[in-house]
Design a protein around this ligand. Structure first.
Ligand SMILES: Nc1ncnc2c1ncn2[C@@H]1O[C@H](COP(=O)(O)OP(=O)(O)OP(=O)(O)O)[C@@H](O)[C@H]1O
Length: 646
C-alpha cells in the first residue's frame, strides 16, 4: 500500500518531461556532430588495413623519437630486452623442434629421452631468458611512460600558451585542443603499445621464420589467418575514433553539467532556485544519449569481431588441413609437423595480440595526430616574437582608424576609432554595455590585432614590435581578473612571476592595494591558500579579491596600466582610495587607461572617450563634455548624479 502511495506521490511530483532535448534547451543546439571531425584532415580515417600496417614503422619511430628525447637509457633497455625476447623465443622453438626430433627417433624410450635432455635444457634456458627480459622491459617501460606523457603535454602546452588570444577564442581550435588533450594520454599508452607491437612482431617473425624453414607453404597460410582479424580491428578502431570525435562536445558539456552540480560558486543558486534537479534531469538525459551510442558501438564491434573471427577460424582450419596433407603425403615428418603445430599455435596467439595492439596503437595515434595538429595550428597562430624590442616605456600610444570585428560577428566591436594616449596621462573609456570598451583595451594591450587601421607605440606599428617586450610594459586589471587558486603570496607574485617572491616588493604591493589588511586576517597570512575547495583553503569576498587584483597590478610595475572596472567590488572608501592611487601612478609617469561605468571616477581623466556601438561618439574633458549640448557623457553622468539628489 505504502509502495503504491509512494508511486502515486512520485508520479504527482515528477517533473514534467523536458519539452526539448537537453542539448537544445541548455546549449541552443545539438552537440553531436554528424560529420565527425569532418573539417580536419582525416588521413587516418581513410586508411585500409594494409595502409595502416605500412604506417606501423612510422608510428613506432614517432613514439621512439618521443621516448628518445626523454630517456635514452630506458628506451635502449626496452629495445634490447624486446629484441632479446624475440631471439629467445625463436631459439626456444628451434630447440623444441630438436626435442621432438629426438623423441620421435627410432630408439628405446629411455635412450630417446636421454638424447632429448640437452635440447630440453635449452628450451628451459630460452624460456627463463625470455621471462627475465620481459620483466626488464616492463620496468624500463614503466619508467618511460610518465616521461613521455609529460613530454607530450609540454609539447602541446608550450605553443598553446604562446598562441594569439584570437586563436584560443576560436571554437574550431578549442575543439581540436580538446581532442589533442586525449593525445597526451595516448602518447603514454603508445609507449606500452609500441613495446607490445614490437614484441609481438619479433615473436611473430621468429615463429614465421621457423614455419618457413619447416615448409614454405605454411607461411602464406599464416597471412590468411591474420588478414580478417586485421581488417576487423581497423574497422573497429575507425568507428570508435569517429564516434569520440562526433560526441566530444556532448561529452564536454556533460562533464560541465556534472561539475556545475558540485561546484562551490553554483551551490547557492543550485539550492535556492532549485537549479539542481533541473540540471540533474538534463544530465541524466544526456548520459542516456551517450549510453545509447556506447551500446551501438558495442553491437557493431561484436558483429565485426564475429565476422573477423569466422574468417580467421576458416583460415586456421584450412592451415591444419594443409598440414595434414603434407604429413599424410610424407612431405614432412611427424616431428616437424609437431613443431609446426606449436609454431602455428604460438603465431596465431601472437597474431591475435599483434592485431589487437596494432589496432590500439592506431587508435591512439589518431589522437596523438590531433595533438600534433594542434601543435602545428598553435605554432601557425603564435604571437610573433621577431619584431623590434619596445625598450623604454612608450611616450605615445596611438590608434589610427582602428576597426576590429570578432570572427563570429558581423558588426565590428570597434569601428574606425582613432585616439592618442601620452605618457603620464589618464584616459577614460566610457559607454553602454557592449559598446566596445574592453575590446578597445585589448587592442591597446596588443592582445588583438586590428582588421583595419593601425596601432603604434612611439610611432612603430605594433605588428613590427616584439609582442613579449610590449606585454612586459602592460599591466592589465581585467574586468574578469583571475582568482588564482593559489596562496595569497602567489596571487600577488603572478603579476610578474619572473622577478621571484621578493618579500619587500610583495609587502609594498599589498600595502598599496590595501590587501595587507585582508592578509593580516588570513589564518596563515601570505601562505594561506585562497581556494576553499582544498583543506585549509579560504574563501575571499569579491571586494577582498579585488584588493588582490590591485596588489598584483602594483607588483607588476608596468608603465601602461589598463584598468577595466578595477573597483567594481570595492566599498565606497576603498574605491575612492584606489582611484586616488591610480591617479598617483599617472603622476609617476605611467599611462593609465581606465574603463568604468562610474562616471564620478572618470571625471579626473585627462581625456574621456565615449564609445557607442563600437564608434567613438565623443571625446573631451569632463567639464567640456558636461557643457556640450546633447552629450551622451552628460546624460550618463546626470543619470548617476540624480540618484543622489534628494
Ligand atoms: N570574445 C568575443 N567574441 C565575440 N564577440 C565578443 C567577444 N567579446 C566581446 N564580444 C562582443 O563585442 C562587443 C563589444 O564587447 P566589449 O566587451 O568590448 O564591450 P564593453 O563596452 O566592454 O561592455 P561592458 O560594459 O558590458 O563590459 C559586444 O557586442 C560583445 O558581445
Amino acid at each position: 500500500m505504502s509502495g503504491l502511495l509512494g508511486r502515486i506521490r512520485r508520479k504527482a511530483t515528477a517533473p514534467p518531461a523536458a519539452p526539448r532535448t537537453a542539448d537544445d534547451e541548455l546549449f541552443g543546439g545539438r552537440r553531436v556532430l554528424d560529420r565527425g571531425f569532418a573539417r580536419h584532415e582525416q588521413a587516418g580515417l581513410q586508411m585500409s588495413f594494409l595502409a595502416m600496417a605500412r604506417r606501423i614503422p612510422h608510428l613506432v619511430a614517432r613514439t621512439a623519437g618521443l621516448a628518445w628525447s626523454v630517456d635514452r637509457t630506458a628506451l635502449c633497455t626496452v629495445a634490447a630486452a624486446e629484441a632479446g625476447q624475440g631471439l629467445g623465443a625463436a631459439f626456444g622453438l628451434l630447440a623444441t623442434n630438436r626435442v621432438l626430433v629426438r623423441l620421435f627417433a627410432a630408439a628405446p624410450t629411455a635412450q630417446r629421452v636421454e638424447a632429448a635432455l640437452p635440447s630440453l635444457a635449452w628450451v628451459a634456458a630460452a624460456s627463463a631468458l625470455v621471462a627475465v627480459l620481459r620483466e626488464i622491459s616492463k620496468a624500463a617501460t614503466g619508467r618511460l611512460e610518465p616521461k613521455v606523457e609529460r613530454a607530450a603535454a609540454v609539447q602541446l602546452l608550450r605553443p598553446v600558451i604562446g598562441a594569439e588570444l584570437a586563436a584560443i577564442e576560436d571554437p574550431e581550435f578549442r575543439r581540436l585542443l580538446d581532442s589533442a588533450q586525449y593525445g597526451t594520454d595516448a602518447a603514454r599508452r603508445m609507449v606500452h603499445l609500441n613495446v607490445a607491437v614490437v614484441n609481438a612482431l619479433i615473436s611473430l617473425a621468429s615463429a614465421a621464420g621457423v614455419l618457413a624453414v619447416l615448409h614454405p607453404v605454411l607461411l602464406p597460410m599464416l597471412v590468411l589467418i591474420a588478414l580478417p582479424k586485421g581488417c576487423g580491428a581497423v574497422r573497429s578502431a575507425r568507428r570508435r575514433y569517429r564516434s569520440i570525435q562526433a560526441w566530444l562536445e556532448h561529452l564536454r558539456k556533460r562533464h560541465q553539467l556534472a561539475g556545475l552540480l558540485i561546484e562551490q560558486h553554483t551551490a547557492t543558486e543550485i539550492r535556492v532556485h532549485a537549479v539542481g534537479p533541473y540540471l540533474l534531469r538534463h544530465f541524466e538525459a544526456m548520459s542516456q544519449e551517450g549510453e545509447d551510442e556506447q551500446a551501438r558501438l558495442a553491437r557493431a564491434e561484436a558483429a565485426t569481431g564475429l565476422a573477423a573471427g569466422a574468417g580467421s577460424g576458416i583460415a586456421t582450419a584450412a592451415t591444419f588441413v594443409v598440414l595434414g596433407v603434407l604429413l599424410t603425403t610424407g612431405m614432412i615428418p611427424l616431428a616437424v609437423a609437431g613443431t609446426a603445430v606449436i609454431a602455428i599455435r604460438t603465431s596465431t596467439l601472437q597474431l591475435g595480440s599483434f592485431v589487437g595492439q596494432v589496432n590500439q596503437l592506431y587508435e591512439e595515434s589518431l589522437f596523438y595526430t590531433d595533438l600534433e595538429r594542434a601543435v602545428v595550428r598553435a605554432v601557425e597562430r603564435a604571437i610573433p616574437r621577431d619584431g623590434s624590442d619596445v625598450g623604454k616605456p612608450p611616450d605615445e600610444i596611438r590608434l589610427e582608424n582602428v576597426t576590429f570585428t570578432y570572427p563570429d560577428r558581423s558588426a565590428p566591436a570597434v569601428d574606425d576609432v582613432s585616439l592618442t594616449v601620452r605618457r603620464g596621462q589618464i584616459i577614460a573609456l566610457v559607454g553602454e554595455n557592449g559598446s566596445g570598451k574592453t575590446t578597445l583595451s585589448k587592442l591597446l594591450a596588443g592582445l588583438y590585432m586590428p582588421d583595419k587601421g593601425r596601432i603604434t607605440w612611439d610611432g612603430t606599428d605594433i605588428t613590427d614590435l616584439d609582442r613579449s617586450s610590449l606585454f612586459a610594459h602592460v599591466t592589465l586589471i581585467a574586468q574578469d581578473f583571475m582568482r588564482w587558486p593559489f596562496t595569497a603570496r602567489t596571487n600577488i607574485l603572478v603579476g610578474r612571476p619572473d622577478v621571484g617572491p621578493d618579500p619587500g616588493r610583495i609587502d609594498r604591493a599589498a600595502a598599496y592595494a590595501e590587501a595587507d589588511a585582508v592578509i593580516a586576517e588570513l589564518p596563515k597570512g601570505l601562505d594561506t591558500l585562497l581556494d576553499r575547495n582544498y583543506s585549509e583553503g579560504v574563501n575571499l569576498s569579491g571586494g577582498q579579491w579585488q584588493h588582490f587584483a590591485l596588489a598584483r597590478a602594483k607588483f607588476r610595475e608596468g608603465s601602461v596600466i589598463i584598468a577595466d572596472e578595477p573597483t567594481a567590488a570595492l566599498d565606497a572608501r576603498s574605491e575612492i582610495a584606489a582611484f586616488a592611487r591610480i591617479r598617483e601612478l599617472a603622476a609617476d609617469g605611467c599611462t593609465v587607461i581606465l574603463i568604468s561605468h562610474r562616471m564620478a571616477s572618470c571625471r579626473h581623466a585627462d581625456t574621456i572617450y565615449v564609445l557607442h556601438h563600437g564608434r567613438l561618439a565623443e571625446q573631451g574633458t569632463h567639464a567640456a563634455l558636461l557643457a556640450r549640448p546633447g552629450s551622451l557623457y552628460a546624460s550618463y553622468y546626470n543619470l548617476q548624479a540624480d540618484q543622489f539628489a534628494p
